[in-house]
Design a protein around this ligand. Structure first.
Ligand code: NAI
Length: 319
């Protein structure tokens, strides 16, 4: 069995091991694969694993030996799953591996916006505290989360984990979802979408990117937010109209933003959010704690093992 990993680097930059995968066949792992080399590298493999390398209908059609596609992620829009299905090739993904890590990142951003630990630590290192006439100083408003209202949009796996952490900080929790989950997380109140923007001190996005959620955070909704409110996005960049958010931040219409995702990744140098006021961007790393990547790799290997046993799991293109 020949196994090719087209772009293994972000999953395993060297701190995990491919050895469990190697027990299942002859493995070749590429860090990254440019589009023009996909067919050449995947040719002859029965099993192909991809994270973000596109497997279009045309590419799938040219891989004669291909029997299985594994996506090293949850989102599988980079694979033409229908073309694979027509050829009887199962496409399997990893539906959940990073819920707690992503929820933790929401609070990493929120605590950064609330107390600016890195900024204050850097100024202390630069000598500010040693030269300070008082026993303390701070450069930004310092904000206590207890009693504030967390507004969650998309109360699925990650949204619920965020609700739980918010409650642990003593926050009130309000949420909007297209379906009302049952049971509701303790202390969580469902509201209309616009009411979340009006009432929340923190709006955190956890819905998937769909035609309905594209630009869900637009100029009009940003205008509903309190001038003291923060926006956190660890979901998908296109949920936000980036120009409108940059203007809202620069004009002081909202107090700050913490973003792990942007519309185009990596961001184009003139993305207006890169220089927007009180806007903190991390490079799509909420998923990437070692614990979460280890789980992702384990489930990807299990997916192949179950396929080889004739009872494939996590298949996204079944009949
Ligand atoms: P999930 O499928 O468990 O939850 C999504 C929730 O959004 C569901 O409750 C669904 O009903 C709701 N929803 C769907 N359409 C909606 C709409 N129009 N308005 C409001 N709610 C809507 O997904 P999970 O695991 O919680 O992940 C959420 C998102 O987080 C993913 O779609 C993905 O984009 C993002 N993500 C980001 C990562 C990162 O590294 N930054 C890692 C993993 C996921």
């Amino acid at each position: 069995m020949k196994i090719v990993v087209l772009d293994g680097y972000t999953l395993n930059p060297g701190d995990l091991t491919w050895k469990d995968l190697e027990t299942l066949g002859r493995c070749t792992v590429y860090d990254r694969t440019p589009a023009e080399l996909t067919v050449e590298r995947a040719n002859g493999a029965e099993i192909v694993l991809t994270n973000k390398t596109v497997l279009s209908a045309d590419i799938i059609g040219r891989l004669e030996q291909l029997q299985y596609i594994g996506v090293l992620a949850t989102g599988y829009n980079i694979v033409d799953v229908e073309a694979a299905r027509k050829r009887g090739i199962p496409v399997a993904n990893v539906p959940t591996y990073g819920t707690e890590s992503v929820a933790q990142m929401v609070f990493a951003h929120l605590l950064n916006l609330s107390q600016h630990v890195a900024h204050h630590a850097e100024t202390v290192r630069a000598g500010r505290w040693s030269a300070c006439p008082d026993f303390c100083y701070w450069d930004t408003p310092l904000i206590e989360l207890q009693g504030l209202t967390m507004g969650i949009i998309g109360l699925g796996r990650i949204g619920r984990a965020v609700a739980r952490l918010a409650r642990a900080f003593g926050m009130k929790v309000i949420a909007y979802d297209v379906t009302t989950p049952s049971p509701l997380p303790e202390g969580c109140k469902m509201m209309e979408l616009d009411d979340i923007f009006r009432r929340a001190d923190v709006v955190s996005l956890h819905c998937p990117l769909t035609p309905q959620t594209d630009c869900l955070v637009n100029k009009e909704r940003l205008a509903l937010m309190k001038p003291t409110a923060f926006l956190i996005n660890t979901s998908r960049g296109p949920l936000i109209d980036e120009q409108a958010l940059a203007e809202a931040l620069n004009d002081g219409k909202i107090a700050g933003a913490g973003l792990d995702v942007v519309v185009t990744e990596p961001p184009v140098p003139d993305n207006p959010l890169l220089k927007a006021k009180n806007c903190y961007i991390t490079p799509h790393i909420a998923w990437a704690t070692r614990a979460a990547r280890k789980r992702l790799l384990q489930v990807s290997v299990q997916n192949i093992a179950t396929f080889l046993d004739g009872r494939p799991q996590n298949v996204v293109n079944g009949k």
